[in-house]
Design a protein around this ligand. Structure first.
Ligand code: ADP
Ligand code: ZN
Ligand code: ZN
Length: 815
């Protein structure tokens, strides 16, 4: 008899598998989805390993298979195990990342009667048993639920059990139905004949009224089949009320017709050819190309490339040509982009190079779309899968290339639920398992990624210039405005004199302006408006956060506290203030300051729906507004040719976040925002307002100088023992009672210290506990504890973590 190690979908299962016996006659493979008994329940599980011996003495049997074909490839099984160990995450959570969307469902039990032995004495059954047997036999297969509906739950279970015990009936299990709604589209079709429609149209035209109705009727009389409503409206430029009118007059019918889902609409997409590469692109591409070939020939293990190129330097063209190369070699690729960058324009670039060979996966697709797409990917229907974070787990066969565009983006880290994985690390592990080449692309690489490239762990490829000279071969000029000077000059508005003049001028010239504000941390740091001093923790260097309740300043990393000073400790000014503004306030002030301009706001409050990003963007592109006001969403890959001015209203909000990555974050944001300007022929400029004009992150962003930013930043990281020189684990405890919460965090700290000291582990420090930056979330208080050292996760993996704690390995943010 064989045995299977199964990852079971139960919270109790944690990081381990369970041993089950494989009943004879059942074909079981690694990666297969099965039903297993677990306690008194029947649960879903995935087989991760087969063996001749069970890992425990007593095993139960696998109850049945969910799908004959394995859902995870053997490599994905390895990846799931790695994820669980690396991120200290329950095993089924990591397995689930790779299952088809909508997989996690309850079992539906079916009863069937295989065959009744000839010599079986039916009269030995009770009348009810016999009745049930006949009923099932007639129908072939009946769901347990159906029987329960007629016989009642208790009785059904008893009868079925008896029939099963006597070998007359068998149970089988299937997944409950996925509730996937078919997609329907409204079509118009004539109810009358084409001739009649034309006559009616002619009559309306003669009378000189309802001309729109007439042209709709004429339009429909020319097509032989029902036509999509949207197409008819576009073709005749008519409104909904025109359509309603002809429908209500009984001339035309509106039908809902089911259509196949295809997330990419190929309508209007034409095939695009590879561009002739610039010299810089060529040399970068050749490195990738030769690595791909060497891997294919089995000569070397695959390379990780860091493609560092300013916005518009032609990185995407390199991805496209590398993908084409991979396809030539008989393999396939996955391209990851930040969710927000998954615009139709971005997808179109891939779709037009690989028509009908591109799959799209992201969280805004309906479950049905995701499900269809997953199945088709697994069947090998696509050369390229484009998607956000979770697309790294797509069942793409023959993987040869993984591209992560904007690799520095924090959205690549899943921070809100387990496993708290980083897509980049997963991609690198997956590449290691599959032999795929990786390209990490960015204009502002993550400091840690760049560090690896410097050390030679990754290969650095650089594209220092924009491709098209007409778009300005140099990047836009950036002016840094010192807000302290504004105050001295008596200007208390949100807009410096430079910014308000430049904005007014651009609007008067019928050009467009973007006003950018990073709203995260929209409140809480304290700054002297005379000298610009921000109060910081003496130990951690992060900005102190104001707590209203206690009226104290708190370090959110180590819990250092101090009273709010009345005068500035540096210059003795009394102008020491809480700073913080939101986009709404900014919109209001912009309304007063630029009364002649039309404003449009873009932040997460106004973009909840599926299409609203696109809607806001197309409105702005159509010049329906002069000034776009928004948060970091604005900073993402948009091409807006009429924008000639980008104003950063306050660079300080991100600079003063209580996190050691605040400088890096600010540099990335400012660089991206600055990359928005000057992409059209009109050119453009950037104005950054700040109280800390001398800060290296702001200085470097203003000069578009990644290297000087990196040098300073990496030196600070080394000095303060922060990653990449150490690794972090962030432990967060949450509870409705703040005092209990703090006490538990203290208890945990002491436990960890004891454990560390008893094992004699050197160089592992504990920081905190401190209240989390978002101290109270959905009614629960949160305290956190940071472990810092060479391998804090390995240390932690041997310690049972009580309920209520979340563990974030290699967090991207401590707030
Ligand atoms: P990035 O991805 O680095 O932001 P893109 O690949 O989007 O840069 O390139 C910017 C623009 O330059 C795009 O419009 C692209 O079509 C164009 N482009 C890229 N490479 C070339 C090339 N070799 N020749 C001509 N145009 C190019
Ligand atoms: Zn001061
Ligand atoms: Zn501190």
């Amino acid at each position: 008899m064989g045995y299977a190690e199964v990852s079971v979908n139960s919270p109790i299962a944690q990081r381990r598998t369970f041993s089950y016996a494989i009943p004879s006659g059942l074909n079981i493979d690694v990666g297969q989805a099965v039903w297993v008994p677990f306690g008194d329940k029947l649960l879903q599980g995935i087989v991760l390993e087969l063996s001749c011996y069970p890992s425990v003495e007593e095993t139960r049997e696998i109850a049945g298979v969910i799908e004959p074909r394995p859902l995870l490839s053997p490599l994905q099984v390895l990846l799931a195990r790695w994820l669980s160990e690396h991120y200290l995450s329950p095993l089924f959570n990591t397995v689930a990342l790779m299952l088809p969307p909508g997989f996690e469902r309850k079992a539906v039990t079916f009863i069937s009667i295989p065959s009744i032995p000839d010599d079986f004495d039916l009269s030995s059954l009770t009348p009810e048993q016999r009745h049930t047997l006949e009923l099932v036999q007639r129908q072939g297969k009946v769901s347990l639920r159906e029987l329960e509906n007629t016989l009642g739950k208790k009785k059904t279970q008893a009868i079925v059990s008896q029939l099963v015990v006597r070998g007359l009936a068998v149970r089988s299990y299937e997944l409950g139905r996925v509730r996937v709604k078919p997609k329907k589209v409204a079509y118009l079709c004539l109810v009358v004949t084409a001739g009649e429609a034309r006559q009616e149209a002619a009559r309306l035209r003669e009378q000189g009224k309802a001309i729109k109705q007439a042209s709709l009727l004429e339009f429909l009389s020319q097509v032989s089949q029902p036509i999509p409503l949207s197409e008819a409206r576009r073709g005749t430029n008519c409104s909904t009320s025109t359509v309603k009118a002809v429908v209500s007059r009984g001339l035309v019918e509106l039908q809902q017709i089911e259509v196949k889902r295809e997330p990419i609409s190929y309508e209007g997409i034409t095939l695009s050819e590879s561009l002739a590469l610039t010299d810089a692109q060529k040399s970068a591409f050749q490195s990738v190309q030769s690595s791909l070939h060497q891997v294919a020939e089995g000569q070397v293990s695959p390379t990780i490339f860091l493609l560092h190129g300013v916005t518009g330097s032609g990185k995407t063209e390199i991805y496209l040509q590398a993908l084409a190369e991979v396809v030539k070699l008989g393999k396939r690729g996955i391209v990851l982009v930040p969710e927000i960058a998954l615009t139709p324009q971005a997808i179109e670039r891939f779709a037009s190079r690989f028509p009908h060979r591109v799959a799209v996966l992201h969280s805004k697709l309906s479950l049905g779309e995701q499900f269809d797409e997953w199945q088709r990917i697994r069947n090998g229907e696509f050369d390229v899968v484009v998607g956000s974070r979770s697309a790294i787990f797509a069942p793409q066969p023959d993987l040869g290339l993984i591209v992560i565009d904007e690799e520095h983006e924090w959205t690549y880290k899943q921070h809100d639920k387990s496993p708290r994985y980083h897509t980049r690390d997963v991609a690198i592990k997956l590449a290691d398992l599959t032999g795929a080449v990786v390209i990490l692309g960015s204009a502002t690489p993550d400091v840690e990624t760049f560090y690896h490239a410097q050390r030679g762990d990754y290969r650095l490829l650089q594209l220092p210039e924009r491709v098209t000279p007409s778009e300005g071969s140099s990047l836009p000029p950036v002016k840094v405005v010192d807000l302290r000077d504004e105050l001295k000059a008596g200007n208390r508005s949100l807009f410096s004199r430079s910014l308000s003049q430049a904005t007014a001028k651009a609007v008067a010239n019928r050009e467009q302006v973007i006003l950018f504000l990073n709203r995260r941390g929209a409140a809480t740091f304290i700054q002297c408006r005379t000298c610009g001093l921000v109060l910081r923790c003496k130990r951690c260097e992060v900005a102190l956060t104001h707590h209203f309740v206690e009226d104290a300043l708190v370090c959110h990393q180590c819990n250092y506290r101090m009273p709010v000073p009345q005068i500035c400790p540096q210059c003795s000014s009394r102008q020491i203030k809480f700073l913080g503004i939101g986009t709404q306030k900014l919109e209001r002030e912009a309304g007063y300051t630029f009364p002649q301009a039309k404003l449009l706001r873009w932040d997460s409050d106004v973009t909840r729906g599926r299409h609203s990003h696109q809607e806001i963007l197309s409105k702005f592109r159509a010049h329906e507004a002069d000034i776009l006001i928004g948060t970091q969403m604005i900073a993402k890959g948009l091409d807006l040719p009429l924008v000639t001015l980008v104003g950063v209203v306050s660079a300080d909000t991100s600079l003063n976040l209580p996190d050691f990555r605040a400088g890096e974050r600010t540099f990335q944001l400012l660089s991206q925002v600055a990359g928005r300007a000057g992409r059209g022929i009109l050119g453009g400029r950037v104005i950054i307002q700040t109280y800390s004009p001398e800060h290296y992150a702001i200085q470097a962003a203003a000069k578009h100088d990644y290297a000087s930013f990196y040098d300073k930043e990496i030196a600070y990281r080394r000095q303060l023992h922060n990653p990449p020189f150490t690794r972090l684990v962030c432990l967060t405890y949450s509870h409705t009672n703040d005092v209990l919460c703090q006490r538990e965090a203290e208890r945990m700290k002491h436990l960890l210290i004891e454990e560390r000291d008893s094992k004699g582990i050197a160089g592992l420090s504990l920081i905190g506990p401190a209240p989390a930056f978002i101290h109270r979330l959905r009614g629960r208080f949160r305290w956190q504890l940071v472990l810092r050292g060479a391998e804090p996760a390995v240390f932690l993996s041997q310690i049972p973590i009580p309920q209520g704690w979340t563990v974030d390995i290699d967090p991207v943010s401590l707030i």
